[in-house]
Design a protein around this ligand. Structure first.
Ligand code: PNS
Length: 171
């Protein structure tokens, strides 16, 4: 008699952030996480303290454009605690990108806090590609605000949306 194999349990990772806006750096981390997750949920925080330039719906739409036809990645907005979303999705990993040492303190604190709130959840830090590691959403917004070229930093849909947002000058 042969043993029945255990049921396939997909490894779900959540890649959460403000993504205001989503950059090529975010896209790089998102795609890299497919190496160790069966399914990656990109989760756009709706209730962030900072007043975002784009609504959660707009940020979700930009990311959806970036994903294209990758069936293992999905994008959604979320409210409230990230650990609650992770529980709802049956996720076992949180993915975060680490660009520089300056990111580390906040990320370390957040990883410990999330583990305190949900001990079954591991935070996985990933390093972006050399050519995207200097990109941040805040710098993209700043450059776009003053009419600089952000074409190599974000998806064309995001570049167009930023150009439209700042068409009548910095806001
Ligand atoms: O891109 P960001 O702004 O660094 O992402 C931070 C984010 C949205 C992942 C974090 O603020 C978050 O998880 N917010 C949801 C509320 C929550 O769970 N807070 C406790 C952990 S800080």
């Amino acid at each position: 008699m042969t043993d029945t194999p255990p049921p396939f349990r997909p490894k779900v990772a959540v890649y959460a952030g403000s993504f205001d806006p989503f950059t090529h750096g975010h896209a790089d981390i998102m795609r890299r996480s497919l190496a160790f997750a069966d399914r990656v949920v990109v989760a756009v925080a709706n209730n962030i303290n900072k007043k975002p330039l784009f609504t959660a719906q707009e940020r979700v739409a930009f990311i959806a454009e970036s994903i294209g036809t990758e069936p293992r990645i999905e994008v959604r907005a979320f409210d409230g605690l990230l650990v609650n979303l992770a529980r709802e999705l049956g996720a076992t990993m949180l993915v975060r990108g680490l660009r520089a040492v300056s990111d580390f303190e906040f990320e370390y604190q957040m990883a410990l806090l999330n583990r305190h709130l949900h001990p079954g959840l591991e935070t996985v830090f990933m390093v972006p590609s050399n050519d995207t590691t200097y990109i941040s959403s805040s710098m993209v917004r700043e450059v776009a605000r003053f009419g600089g070229d952000i074409g190599a930093l974000v998806h064309p849909t995001v570049a167009r949306a930023l150009a439209e947002r700042f068409a009548s000058g910095p806001v």
